[in-house]
Design a protein around this ligand. Structure first.
Ligand code: CA
Length: 229
């Protein structure tokens, strides 16, 4: 059973989250503040954490830092803060995703599934994965490094491939601009988000049925990009 720790000080929201999680066969624990969250995480070892940032005793960012000292379990921030700076700060501290309140329960559960799937893939038991990822618009063979669309092979530049590969290997997961820039262009590329815009536009024009309304290579404004199957 996948265990989820809900860190939230609004009792109504806690109740609704716990009921929805349990209805989908998750185990759920709840912590109303940061200190309880850190204690419960250490004793119960959750597989994923849903974390509010505005907690009564400490800032959620510090909870992320405390957790990241010893666990790589996915942390999904669920917060009313919607500024890009807050989101970037949470991602940089080690959060895996950011969901803005008010949220749709279906979307939150989809993001949680994506985050826990990725967590499972990192474990030795999850290594026997297929190397072909199919979307309704295109398919990617990660082993052969080939992309096909409408029966034809699509040629990608090495940079386009590298970007696509990172996104495809993390389906449903928000990948920060900073991480993409570092992994593709190296540590000196920090602020060059215009590179990302240019290359993502190229990838969309090659892969998306309607590049102006992307369905698979999604921009999260100010934060990063997300691949949706
Ligand atoms: Ca709160």
């Amino acid at each position: 059973m996948t265990r989820v720790l809900v860190v939230e000080d609004d009792p109504q929201l806690v109740r609704s989250l716990v009921i929805n999680l349990q209805a989908r066969q998750y185990g759920a624990d709840a912590a109303p503040d940061g200190a309880t969250a850190l204690r419960l995480a250490a004793t119960n070892r959750p597989d994923a954490i849903l974390l509010d940032l505005g907690l009564p005793d400490m800032d959620g960012i510090d909870v992320i830092k405390g957790l990241r000292g010893w666990t790589s379990a996915p942390i999904l921030v669920v917060s009313a803060r919607h500024g890009a700076a807050d989101k970037i700060q949470a991602l940089d501290a080690g959060a895996d995703d950011f969901i803005t309140k008010p949220f749709s329960m279906d979307e939150l559960l989809a993001r949680l599934r994506a985050a826990t799937r990725r967590g499972a893939d990192r474990s030795p038991a999850g290594t026997a994965e297929t190397t072909v990822v199919n979307t309704p618009s295109f398919s990617v063979d990660l082993f052969a490094k080939k992309v096909r669309r409408d029966g034809h092979e699509i040629r990608l530049t090495p940079t386009e491939w590298h970007l696509l590969e990172i996104l495809i290997c993390n389906p449903g997961r928000l990948i920060s601009q900073r991480r993409l820039l570092q992994e593709v262009w190296g540590s000196g590329a920090g602020g060059k988000t215009n590179y990302l815009r240019v290359y993502m536009a190229q990838l969309r024009s090659k892969l998306e049925a309607d590049p102006s309304r992307p369905r698979h290579l999604i921009t999260e404004p100010g934060m990063g990009y997300r691949f949706e199957v």
